[in-house]
Design a binder for this molecule. Structure first.
Ligand SMILES: Cc1ncc(COP(=O)(O)O)c(C=O)c1O
Length: 330
């Protein structure tokens, strides 16, 4: 299993600090969870049925006609490599490590690329995979470039897989409205923007034939009844979408400014996290953890990623710790 953020209980054991004392900034999940609506007993008691309103609500929210709900976009990340003959798969790295891992584990030839290399390599790839905006670097590939890459790949029956797990805050950059085009596969994650990662819900938008093969592979009832009810309520609450977008953007800007003030100017980020490359990432991670603040550490390249503090008090606590670190490391 690969390393991920959000492993608070391990930090509790490792640093001997009680769970309730931690400020967990180790994931890129919005720290304000959408309200949970009343869940009818039927949603728990009966097997979930498709077309109960969830697919329709998701089509409206995402602005696409063809999509498949899955138990977190992670389920699709693992399944997609099984739906193609073995081939050459380019992945823009560093990115969410489950992508390269899944293609390689299925037996495909993995080619790690940076954005500047794509144009030169594109015609030799069977699949190009990228995360947009990228986790953890925050790099964003413009929509026009993605659609151009897709057109070139599609001429040969090759795929472009765009993981848009962090794009709900800036939906104007999404390519999901084009996902009916053959060979364009768009992944969306419900948990991050709505702050409800525990419900395990994601969506795949793509041409119908591919979605049917994916649905066959994943089997029936992948998304639970309570999740289906809760997600419909979240999609329908359009006023709350605006509020979530605005407060994430403001918190992310404040976080970037705070990091810059303490000598840790972010090298990238998006409205759900900031990313700081530093040779001192490991000592910084440890310094913060000893004060009960958990951030995500990366070693290749050496970096930390910080999610959004939920309140002024959390921000103040982080600011104090970073100021102390800045003084001690000066
Ligand atoms: C870029 C990216 N894609 C996909 C996922 C999987 O998310 P989920 O399965 O909750 O949709 C993650 C989880 O952190 C992620 O960072």
């Amino acid at each position: 299993m690969l390393e991920h953020g959000g492993r608070l209980l391990r930090a509790v054991r490792q640093y001997g600090i009680a769970r309730e004392c931690w400020l967990d900034l180790s994931s890129g999940i919005a720290p304000w969870a959408y309200p949970i609506p009343p869940i009818p007993v039927d949603a728990w008691a009966r097997l979930p049925e498709t077309e109960d309103g969830l697919e329709e609500a998701a089509r409206r929210y995402y602005g696409t006609h063809q999509l498949l709900p899955v138990a977190g976009s992670q389920a699709a990340i693992q399944a997609l490599p099984l739906l193609r003959p073995l081939g050459r798969v380019g992945v823009l790295t560093p990115c969410y490590a489950e992508h390269p891992h899944a293609w390689q584990r299925a037996g495909h030839q993995l080619i790690e690329l940076d954005e500047a290399q794509v144009d030169g390599m594109l015609d030799s790839l069977d699949v190009l995979v990228l995360v947009n905006p990228n986790n953890p670097t925050g790099r964003r590939v413009p929509r026009e470039r993605l659609l151009d890459w897709h057109a070139r790949l599609a001429e040969r029956g090759a795929w472009l897989v765009v993981d848009e797990a962090f794009i709900d805050n800036t939906p104007e950059h999404s390519v999901i409205d084009c996902a009916e085009r053959a060979g364009l596969i768009v992944l969306r994650s419900f948990g991050k923007f709505f702050g409800l990662a525990g419900v395990r819900l994601g969506f795949v938008a793509a041409e119908l034939a591919l979605l049917q093969r994916l649905a066959d592979l994943l089997g029936p009832w992948t998304v639970s009844g309570p999740t289906r009810v809760l997600a419909q309520a979240s999609f329908a609450d359009t006023l709350a979408h605006r509020l979530q977008i605005d407060r994430c953007a403001a918190a992310s800007q404040r976080l970037a400014a705070l990091l810059a003030r303490t000598g840790l100017a972010p090298s990238g980020g998006c409205d759900l996290f900031q990313y700081v490359r530093s040779e001192q990432a490991a000592p910084l991670h440890d310094f913060l953890a000893r004060r009960g603040i958990l951030v995500r550490l990366f070693d290749q390249p050496s970096a930390v990623r910080l999610g959004l503090p939920a309140s002024a008090a959390d921000e103040q606590r982080l600011a104090q710790a970073l100021t102390d670190y800045h003084k001690e490391s000066a």
